[in-house]
Design a protein around this ligand. Structure first.
Ligand SMILES: Nc1ncnc2c1ncn2[C@@H]1O[C@H](COP(=O)(O)OP(=O)(O)OP(=O)(O)O)[C@@H](O)[C@H]1O
Ligand SMILES: [Mg+2]
Length: 365
């Protein structure tokens, strides 16, 4: 960087800092590894030193700093921090995916919900840190939807090239104010492997010392599950369906205009004639589709407090074996995620946990 462009960057940076200190709601946007989270931590800390009540919403579901992966977390800054990872999560919204591509609606809803919660807790300044997913049609649409939904005072764009041009084009009239600054030269880039490893470590820390519990799904509030909504099929009906599908049918229920069926393996063939019938359409699941999925865990008041791993679903008992953190003593609700982990990754999670709790048994309180 030349001396002149460094001076320009410094000027832009101080201008952005002036605006951010005044803005009630600021959105940080930019490609991956552009320094968004570090800058949010720095300016949040500055606000803290100035006595402003500041909260951070961490909308990065893949590389979460506040709260476990797969969630949008919110926490207030009680003291200056080096990194957002030092901010304890006070509220979580379970998205259930490690990339906004998989669950864009939940990302938007979660963002809105966490900003509302920060306001409810009296935050005078709210900083929203987002994922680096900004390229491609969906990435751009998602950032525009976030801006329209939240109506922030300021959007800070950290750019390597002109990744945020579309935002400047979308809001030329001064609200939200758009500030574009170049990525700081020292920013380190992380590979996909490093990101996956970071995520796994974060999950392991969150569930450390955990163990597998059996949760009765008929006594638990369920969000995002395709089952236990409509009336179940009889054994005879399941047997007949199994013959048509060439698979054992373990569970079936009627859900409005369709049937939802869980089979003992993947269907060997799928034809419209088989999946359509007098019952309308049929949605089929392989029992193992549920294995090792990320789940959100609610407490008895319906608040999402933890994430865990659905080890397996037991049908027809309708129970779930869930690897959950030790503090999740009473489980009031389970939210089914989209993301899953591999058996090797699950092994790593449970091994990491043993370092904290060698017997693997519940600790007495
Ligand atoms: N101004 C800076 N000088 C030196 N290093 C920095 C600076 N800003 C960030 N870094 C380092 O660069 C890396 C990436 O920064 P950061 O996590 O803030 O980026 P990000 O845009 O939030 O990334 P992601 O898209 O993964 O969320 C981190 O290791 C951070 O410590
Ligand atoms: Mg970040």
């Amino acid at each position: 960087m030349s001396e002149a462009s460094r001076k320009d960057a410094e000027d832009l940076f101080s201008e952005a800092q002036r605006f951010v200190l005044d803005a009630g709601l600021t959105l940080f946007v930019g490609p991956t590894d552009s320094g968004k989270s570090t800058l949010a931590a720095k300016w949040g800390s500055l606000m803290c030193r100035q006595g402003l009540r500041c909260a951070v919403v961490d909308a990065d579901v893949g590389q979460s700093d506040i709260g476990p992966p797969g969630t949008i977390g919110m926490g207030r800054l009680r003291r200056p921090v080096q990194s957002l990872g030092e901010v304890p999560a006070e509220s979580l919204y379970f998205v259930g995916a490690f990339s906004p591509r998989e669950r864009p609606l939940e990302c938007l809803t979660g963002l809105h919900s966490m900003v509302k919660q920060a306001r409810r807790l009296g935050a005078e300044r709210i900083l929203v840190d987002t994922t680096g997913f900004i390229k491609g049609t969906l990435g751009r649409r998602l950032k525009l939807s976030k801006a329209d939904l939240l109506d922030p005072d300021l959007i800070v764009c950290l750019e390597r090239s002109a990744e945020c041009e579309f935002l400047a084009k979308a809001y030329p009239h001064g609200r939200p104010r758009i500030i574009r600054i170049p990525t700081p030269p020292g920013v380190r880039r992380r590979s996909i492997e490093q990101r996956t490893a970071n995520r796994l470590r974060a999950l392991a820390r969150h569930t450390a010392g955990g163990w597998v519990r059996q949760v009765d799904l008929q006594k638990t509030s369920l969000v995002g599950w395709p089952i236990l909504i409509g009336p179940p099929l009889s054994r005879g009906q399941m047997r007949d369906l199994g013959k048509r599908l060439g698979r054992g049918v373990l569970w079936g229920e009627r859900m409005e205009e369709r049937l939802v069926v869980i089979c003992d393996g993947p269907l060997l063939w799928r034809s419209e004639e088989i999946l359509k019938g007098p019952w309308g359409k049929m949605e089929t699941w392989d029992l193992s589709d549920f294995n090792l999925r990320l789940v959100g865990i609610d407490d008895l008041r319906g608040e999402t407090r933890w994430v865990g791993i659905l080890v397996r679903l037991l049908v027809p008992e309708m129970k779930a074996e869930v690897w959950a953190p030790p503090s999740a003593r009473e489980i009031g609700g389970l939210r089914l995620g989209e993301a899953s982990i591999t058996p090797e990754q699950f092994h790593y999670l449970t091994e990491w946990g043993r370092e904290y709790n060698p017997t693997g048994a519940p600790k007495s309180s």
